[in-house]
Design a protein around this ligand. Sequence first.
Ligand SMILES: *Cc1c(COP(=O)(O)O)cnc(C)c1O
Ligand code: SF4
Length: 459
Amino acid sequence: MSQPLYVETAEVSDKPPSRQALVSDDEPPSTTAVATVATAAPKPSIQTHSRWNDWRWQMSHRIRSVEQLFGYFPDKAYCQSIEPVIGKYPMAITPYYASLIRKVDLADPVFQMCVPQLDELYDPPFLSSDPLEEHDDMPVPGLVHRYPDRALLIATTTCSMYCRHCTRKRVAGTRETSISARRLEQVTAYLTAHPEVSDVIVSGGDPLTMSDESIDMILSAIRKVPSVQIIRVGTRMPVVLPMRITDNLVNILKKYHPLWINTHFNHPNEITPESMEACRKLADAGIPLGNQSVLLRNVNDNPQVYEQLCRMLVRMRVRPYYLYQCDLVRGVEHFRTPVSKGIEIMEYLRGRVSGLAIPLFVIDAPHGGGKIPVLPNYIVSTSPTHTVIRNFEGMLISYPEPAHRDTPRMMAEPSHDTAPGVWELASGAYSRIQPARTIRQVRRQACCHHIENSELLGQ
Ligand SMILES: *Cc1c(COP(=O)(O)O)cnc(C)c1O
Ligand code: SF4
């Protein structure tokens, strides 16, 4: 295994969490409401804390220990059983994110993403701690340079919530430190010496766990490199700690345009008035927002659930960007789905919802192969003259290639005796095969007689 990323301890955005109870400084945690099943907001009492909307209060009241978890989730056997898991992969849950748990058990998607499970210790031999081999692509510790024109900076190892499915489990939370001024200088020196890098992704950990001043300093250092055209920030704050998106932070971020933010919503239950407000502030500051979700077994591996998430995201001006196949990372195997599940979800979405709401399904390949898109097959067959494609309804269409004088246009004669097959489409004898009762066919037959152009605007 590799050494820690940051040997020098630099500033950390908040003091280390104490062993305080989850709920508040002044009232003991109420455990009575917790066991009730499927209530929308399990603990409304904690949300009335006067500093609930203060992100620093949320940071310093994260659930970090088994005892704190027990105060919230009174299943003693369960809490004790995960002690060794927390020893290996730290736990942190913001009170805000904990409040999104609707049913305190493993069937709840939010619960699964934040509460450790014994399954994290399952360790078959094909897993590794760094399957993307990021550590071998670091010319400067903390700066991953894999693609020709972009580089990713691990600016901190701290997150407000440690996602149980995190692909950087080897880094996130093992120590809570941020990049030092000296290391930042090495990074900007590398970027200056490598003007081919035009796009820098500030990631982590979660870079927005740092103080406003540190964020300002890091962004301004990167922005000073003349060859850097765009800066991206990867953060889960709009999801796990939306009160972090303060007016002051937004004012800092927007000084560094063109700046993009990618966030990480995985399930519709994560969309709340608070997260909507955080996205609104960022979008109103002219920051284009994208979403990178991870396909997680029993969390969002369901076409209808994923459709709902994507529709909600575009309403918040967040463009679904990537849907990741779960990486071969040690400690997250219980979340992994077969590749076919992602293809199934893509098949379900295409045509049914706006292209704006459809992410690209990618496998971030082992051995540092990078992101590889995986799609259902839309090309059914080809010939020198035609490509046969299919749409989401199952309609087969013969697409003619450009005509060259010396390419014969027609390889087959239409047959009037039998229905055409794919070969007849590829040869150009037929131009389509249309399923009889698609929704669109039924609508056309019911309503859409031929309309003249002059009628279009009601003239
Ligand atoms: C994902 C990633 C990027 C950015 O990839 P895009 O496809 O441009 O979003 C850059 N560097 C690393 C190491 C990455 O993992
Ligand atoms: S916020 Fe990102 S880096 Fe942090 S634990 Fe979650 S997935 Fe990992």
